[in-house]
Design a protein around this ligand. Sequence first.
Ligand code: PEP
Length: 248
Amino acid sequence: MRRKLAAGNWKMNGDSGLLDELGTLATSQTAQAPQIVICPPHTLLTLASFRAQGSPVEIGGQDCHAETKGAYTGDIAASMIANTGATHVIVGHSERRDGHNESNEMVRAKVQAAWAAGLNAILCIGESEAERAGDATLEIIAAQLQASLPDDATAANTVVAYEPIWAIGTGKVPTLDQIVETHDMLRAELIDRLGVEGAQIRLLYGGSVKPANAAEIFQAQNVDGALVGGASLKATDFQPIIDALAES
Ligand code: PEP
């Protein structure tokens, strides 16, 4: 049985005041709650870990460098993220792949760097609107998974997030049939490649998940949770998504 996971990506939003939302989440969970991970900007990681201490909420980074240290101005190593008390890191988000020209090979190296630092990698993949329109979705995301997921991935060190780029921050969401199709295909690919571990690696859906659509999305049997951007910024939006996941 795969444990459900609700992950929030705050992106480049928030100052220390936003940690009150995290504080609310930290004190609102019941025993039925799924795993919860909040990924604030790197500047807030230490404070966020402090606020989440002793609660069921875990903290993650939004990106890491593939190297462990060196002359990489502005970058942050996975070990630095782990040193704040964080347990996860997002890698290969489309805003990194597109905005920072990150290739599958770079993303794969980041996944390995995350593992080496003792972090769980939340590996993102997803097709563009043009690729969806060209009927290339399954081929594109299978290729991304193949190239950016290392062979020794396990359910204990990796989560895969399928995020159609055209659905991120747009309010557009694939149909339930499309979500089922992509996640079923990804599950089959994972099992084909990794066997038992592939059956256990969690698959998240990401892209305009809101309180109003969460329960429908979580009907898909291979959706084990969500990676949520905008709706993770307020506890009043994120909590109903957590609750819908717990009830799914
Ligand atoms: C994301 O940033 O990963 C994301 C899915 O954003 P949103 O929920 O705002 O579409």
